[in-house]
Structure formats: C-alpha cells, structure tokens
Design a protein around this ligand. Structure first.
Ligand code: 5GP
Ligand code: ZN
Length: 114
C-alpha cells in the first residue's frame, strides 16, 4: 500500500533491523524500544489492523503469532516471559496502520498495562 511505513519495510525500501523472516512475515527491532526485547512482527501483506488480519482467514495471523513466539525464543525470553500486543485504534495508541504484533520482554512487565 502506498505511503505505508511497514509496507515500505516489508518491501526493503525502508531500512529496519530484521530479526526473522518467513514466507509471509517479517520481524524487526522497534525503533523506540520499550523493553530490552521489543520486536515487531508484521505480515508482508497490508492489513490495517488485527481484525482485518484475522478476517483474511488464510493462516496469516497464525504465521504472525508463530513468528512472534519464535522471535521471543530466539531473543532469549521464552523462559523468562514476554508479552504480545496488537494496539488497535486511537485509545490503544495505534500509530502505524499496518497490523503488527509487539513482542516485549527482558524485564518484568506491569499488569494491567497503562
Ligand atoms: P503502534 O503504536 O502503532 O502500536 O506501534 C508502532 C510502533 O512502530 C512503535 O512502537 C514505534 O516505535 C515503531 N516504529 C515507528 N516507526 C518506525 C520505523 O521507522 N522503524 C521501526 N523499526 N519501528 C518504527
Ligand atoms: Zn502496509
């Protein structure tokens, strides 16, 4: 999708520090990390949010979730624990309208979140 930051990253037009890639997803370091481990996992295909991604119904959301777990494992937080977040809409603070899973870990994470 034109003018979408994460489509640009998926296409390799915008640089990002990649952690993992699968057939239909990419995981890369968040530019403004909120924890020692803070990775974003995106589908290469544009979906504006989680509902759209889930609605695709073709296993793409499963692949994003599996890659999020794999990223946590490869970055060493599978045992200590991690959190996967899909911010959706303005009150949740979604700023990039290309669906993405945040994978956060490497420190104790407060609950409930702010
Ligand atoms: P949201 O607030 O939409 O849930 O999350 C967007 C995330 O994208 C934020 O955590 C932000 O730091 C990250 N981000 C924004 N622009 C860039 C960028 O150009 N590169 C990378 N790697 N992350 C970005
Ligand atoms: Zn996009």
């Amino acid at each position: 999708m034109a003018d979408c930051l994460f489509c640009g990253i998926a296409a390799g037009e915008i640089p990002a520090t990649r952690v993992l890639e699968s057939a239909r997803t990419i995981a890369f370091q968040d530019i403004n990390p909120q924890a020692p481990v803070h990775v974003l996992v995106i589908p290469k295909e544009h979906h504006p949010d989680l509902a759209s991604l889930a609605g695709a119904g073709d296993g793409l959301l499963d692949e994003v979730a599996a890659q999020a777990a794999l990223a946590a494992s490869s970055l060493g937080v599978a045992e200590s624990g991690y959190r996967i977040i899909f911010n959706t809409g303005p009150e949740a603070g979604q700023t990039v309208h290309h669906a993405h899973a945040h994978v956060l870990g490497g420190r104790p994470l407060t609950w409930p979140p702010g």
